[in-house]
Design a protein around this ligand. Sequence first.
Ligand SMILES: [Mn+2]
Length: 367
Amino acid sequence: MKLGLGLYRSLLTPDNFAFAKQAGVTHLIVHLVDYFKGATPNLTSGPPTLGWGVTQNQDRPWTYEELVAIKKEIEGAGLTWEAIENFDPSHWHDVLLDGPKKVQQMENLKRTIQAIGRAGIPIMGYNFSIAGVWGWTKGPYGRGGAKALVYDESKIDKATPLPNGMVWNMVYDPDAPEGVVAPISSDEIWQRLEWFLQQILPVAEENGVRMALHPDDPPTDALRGGARLVNTPGKYQRMLDLVPSSSSALEYCLGSLQEMAEGDVYEATEHYGRLGKIAYVHFRNVRGKVPHYQEVFVDEGDLDMIRVLSILRDVQFDGVIIPDHTPEMTCGAPWHAGMAFALGYIKAAMQAVDRYDAGRVVAAAAR
Ligand SMILES: [Mn+2]
């Protein structure tokens, strides 16, 4: 198991590379969608861990040259680029929405996967979602007043329609005509995913890239008129069976899985881990489930993180584990402090499960 950190494009700086290395990180997951465009990054309050804004790539696919330039910087700092996390919504809004540019955007996505493979980046994480990560509130709800996210359906109207020009919680067309996106059924979203997988997976296989799907966050039945996709752990299997491929894998988000109304995260981890389908892990803890849950520090949620790690060790998971969004701590660098806390916890937990007998750890966790 390897320790990683997720960084946004504007955070790919020498200081943040040093921060990562100091915490024992060896691998980076990079979000190339930059939520800071048009606004000054406010690093004292930290980057938005969940995006909202206007996309800016505007149909321009990432190029091989741009990826290689970023890779050089990462490797120059002694780190390894493990994965890109998320397409820019402007690259594939019509793939998600079944819109008129769908085929053209799909061809661009294929070229993007070719560039990613050629650049030697092994994983492309994606979140096949209409509404995206939406409906949460951020406030001083965490331990000791740490700023953390709460999802409470009694406080929102989860059917609030999605305006035209928006998908995945970001605006891709600020000039879209007035109106809202029509409701999307569960069958429709699964058909769209199937078409996407049929198109992308052969190209991913050919180019040595694994496509890793993030589950729904929040994992409700539907959000903003769009049915959700992987909102139970079992639906990950449905996705894998839809278009079988050695390049189809999971961006395994423990927090999202634990938020789901049904399913057992320990069983799921053993199942998907044994299949070798876990591409990388979002290490996040949570208290509660849909329709009401709260993101918490990794040591205090409903999920026994040490037990999960011991299962990952038992199934010989050899990939990268990164902190996910984490409560922000009160200091001059709230985001960095939250990450450092999570990284330190994960590092210690990895050493513990590596060094001590599997049976004893599991037995202790089950008591
Ligand atoms: Mn996640």
